[in-house]
Design a protein around this ligand. Structure first.
Ligand SMILES: *Cc1c(COP(=O)(O)O)cnc(C)c1O
Length: 397
């Protein structure tokens, strides 16, 4: 049986009539830039994130860039972010002319390690960008404490976490800004690129709104240099059809993640990740660490990411993670590596170094692999995936 990592058609097919209606509504409106559709979506998106303001933008990347621009960050400044993240987090820092400074990650939740970033703060540091990776909130209490003590702005990169909560608080409402993406693979997946910037501060939200349209107020009179970062009404209209289903999608993902964790925990050679080495890991050739949400967090499982740890008996030159991937591929089961190379080891950021050694994130880059967890995954498909993982572990005891 072949199992896709993600199948968007299954999710969108039942909404076909409503999506076509939304498309026709925009077509007939004659309004193809900003306007009512975008404003309605911004209000709904901001409400979901628990924030006062929502600014619709053209991508999750533009949301991050716009947040940095609204904070006035540029050459001479430094911004801290985790090295283990999607490129956009760090790329946007560099695009403003500021220096990206990379911090290590938590071995349990894959997110920015609050302990590993305070010593990276310098007089030039203006902001920190925690990323709510794979759908789970970063350690926001500790991060906010450090940020407040050093007067840093906090941009929550919540591209993978719309609807997630940190100890009951929705992500995107905790820091200075929140940034979201509707790239098709995110929990609220759109029909092309778009994103949302959230903020509680009226002034900063207004500044971001102006910068989104070349910084003009009124039109053709420019106080600031902005860009064209606008969300299209066609995306807003189509996403508005899917938004009411987001809770149901995330519940589906959660059910799959719980089933993986329950079933795989019974397999010899697998256990819930406690972040530390366990003696039984050493004794086996390959050991599977299962993702565990921190208590009190609402995890929305944009990815179900396991770690494949090599033990004493592992002798092949490739990593056990890469061996597992090939094994799954032979069985027709989709998987992906988020992310194979941390940011501090990227060629394009060599200029910003020398970077601190980041042992945890280097390990995560070697050991992580994400498995199918999309809401419409069938029981048979998930059973086939679990069976494949169990077989791999049985062969590598
Ligand atoms: C997807 C993603 C982005 C960028 O979003 P786009 O809409 O693709 O530009 C930024 N950060 C993280 C962590 C992401 O996963």
């Amino acid at each position: 049986m072949s199992v896709p990592l993600l199948d968007l058609k299954r999710q969108n097919a039942p909404l076909r009539a409503e999506l076509l209606q939304a498309f026709e509504r925009v077509l007939d409106s004659g309004q193809y830039i900003l306007g009512k559709e975008v404003e309605q979506f911004e209000r709904a998106g901001a409400a979901l994130a628990g924030a006062r303001h929502g600014v619709g933008v053209a991508s999750g990347t533009d949301a991050i860039l716009l947040a940095l621009m609204a904070l006035g960050i540029g050459p001479g400044d430094e911004v801290i972010c985790p090295s283990f993240t999607f490129f956009a987090t760090a790329g946007c820092i560099a695009r403003t002319g500021a220096r990206p400074v990379f911090a290590d990650s938590c071995a349990v939740c894959f997110n920015l390690d609050p302990q590993s970033f305070e010593h990276l703060i310098s007089p030039r540091t203006k902001a920190v960008i925690p990323v709510h990776l794979f759908g789970q909130a970063a350690h926001m209490r500790e991060i906010m404490q450090v940020a407040r003590a050093h007067q840093l702005a906090v941009i929550e990169d919540a591209a993978q976490a719309l609807g997630a909560a940190y100890q009951g608080e929705p992500v995107g409402s905790i820091g200075t800004f929140g940034t979201f993406s509707f790239f098709p693979s995110k929990n609220l997946g759109g029909f092309g690129d778009s994103g949302l910037l959230t903020a509680n501060d009226d002034g900063l939200a207004e500044k971001a709104r102006l910068l989104r349209s070349h910084g003009a107020k009124p039109k053709y009179f420019h106080k600031m240099v902005g860009g064209n970062f606008r969300m299209d009404p066609i995306h807003a209209a189509l996403l508005s059809v899917k938004l009411p289903h987001l809770g149901e999608y995330s519940r589906g993902r959660n059910a799959h993640a719980c089933k993986y964790n329950t079933r795989l925990a019974e397999v010899a050679g697998a256990a819930v990740n406690n972040g530390f080495s366990r003696p039984e890991m050493e004794e086996r050739a390959a050991f599977l660490l299962l993702p565990a949400p921190h208590d009190g967090n609402t995890h929305i499982w944009n990815q179900y990411t396991v770690r494949v740890v090599p033990g004493r008996g592992w002798v092949r030159p490739e990593t056990p993670r890469d061996a597992l991937r090939s094994f799954l591929q032979e069985r027709g089961i989709g998987s992906e590596i988020y992310y194979p190379r941390p940011m501090h080891q990227q060629e394009c950021f060599a200029y910003a170094g020398p970077h601190a050694a980041l042992p945890v994130c280097e390990r995560l880059a070697r050991e992580s692999v994400s498995l199918p967890v999309f809401p419409e995954l069938t029981a048979e498909e998930q059973d086939a995936t679990i069976a494949a993982l169990a077989d791999f572990l049985a062969q590598n005891r």
